[in-house]
Design a protein around this ligand. Structure first.
Ligand code: ATP
Ligand code: MG
Length: 220
């Protein structure tokens, strides 16, 4: 485990493997992790006011309004003990990206590029462990015991928004609203693209890149 100083976001379409690749990053490097989707799902489960509000949007595959998300994620970031973190699922619109940039200048934006047909077949087989956000898949990333989390043995669940009609909507919104966020970070010259069909293909490239990034920042 190496200690790092790095503010980074991971971008990519729904089901592109952000959660899986983030888990592999956390295994290797010591950083805080905030996934907006995981945090919202935990709030829904606990029936908090933000959870109840978000549920209306999430169940239809829509985005939660920007002002709600900006406040929510800002307060999650403030809770972190260090300024070394990985953000997943936020920002998702240019408004969110600008708001974040005003508060925190990022070092790196990781962009996962996975073909859409791969994504659709992948989300159909997806299972999650709600408390931790760990994800599994029926075909390529099976839990050791079917239906149970590897670490805690607790039950796995299906995400309501992984239904085919809802995932289609999420992919459409991704193209219209989130695509411009990629351009935003490209203009800031911190974006790196990673291509592949599987997380096994992509994650070594991402780990390698973070490693190089850290070596460079040490040498400068
Ligand atoms: P995956 O987890 O497969 O990468 P995803 O990125 O679509 O897919 P999550 O990040 O878990 O899924 O988010 C689930 C839902 O939560 C979104 O469809 C959206 O409704 C809501 N949500 C999460 N983050 C944001 C955000 N930054 N802005 C608006 N809505 C959000
Ligand atoms: Mg996710």
């Amino acid at each position: 485990m190496s200690t790092v100083a790095l503010k980074t976001v991971i971008l990519g379409a729904p089901g592109s493997g952000k959660g899986t690749i983030s888990a592999r990053i956390l295994n290797k490097f010591k950083l805080e992790y905030v996934s907006s989707g995981d945090k919202l799902r935990q709030n829904i489960q606990q029936k908090t006011s933000i959870g109840l509000e978000a549920l209306k949007y999430i169940s239809e595959g829509k985005l939660v309004p920007d002002d709600v998300m900006i406040n929510f994620v800002s307060s999650e970031l403030r809770k972190l003990p260090t300024k070394t973190w990985l953000l997943d699922g936020f920002p998702r619109t240019v408004t969110q990206a600008r708001a974040l940039w005003e508060k925190e200048k990022l070092d790196l934006a990781i962009n996962l590029i996975v073909p859409h047909e791969v994504i659709i077949s992948r989300v159909e087989g997806r299972w999650v462990h709600l408390p931790s956000g760990r994800v599994y898949n029926d075909t390529f990333n099976k839990p050791k015991v079917p239906g149970k989390d590897d670490i805690t043995g607790e039950p796995l669940t299906k995400r309501d928004d992984d239904k085919p009609e809802v995932i289609k909507k999420r992919l459409e919104l991704y193209e219209t609203l989130t695509r411009p966020v990629i351009d935003f970070y490209r203009e800031k010259k911190i974006l790196i693209d990673f291509f592949g069909k599987t997380s096994d293909e992509i994650s070594p490239q991402v780990l390698d890149c973070i490693n190089k990034f850290l070596l460079d920042s040490k040498n400068n």
